[in-house]
Design a protein around this ligand. Sequence first.
Ligand code: AMP
Length: 110
Amino acid sequence: MTLFEKIAAREIPAKIVYETDDVIAFRDISPQAPTHVLVCPKLALPKLSDASAEHTELLGKCLLAVAEVARREGLVDYRVAINNGAGAGQSVFHLHMHVLGGRTLSWPPG
Ligand code: AMP
């Protein structure tokens, strides 16, 4: 089981802020902004690059969950980031979207 599957199964504690049958969202343990939430499909796809057409609906649900989490957190401007692969900063190999907000976010990221 991946770390995020264990969070979804309540085997590891996390501050869960939103959940549906397919998606779970919880606060990042090491927040990089006043609001930093991770939105994950419950299905353990390791990376975005592992997704295919069969995941179209699931990926759509993840993006809608991102928007819902941002609304609930009161964010108007926010960033959604996916790190795909170790070279891009991915450390947990269960697809997730970072939702960052509550401060000015510079572009491009470092
Ligand atoms: P990434 O580096 O894109 O794979 O992002 C993984 C994120 O998971 C990092 O921002 C970590 O701080 C976060 N993280 C790791 N362990 C936990 C945990 N137990 N609960 C919540 N977030 C976590």
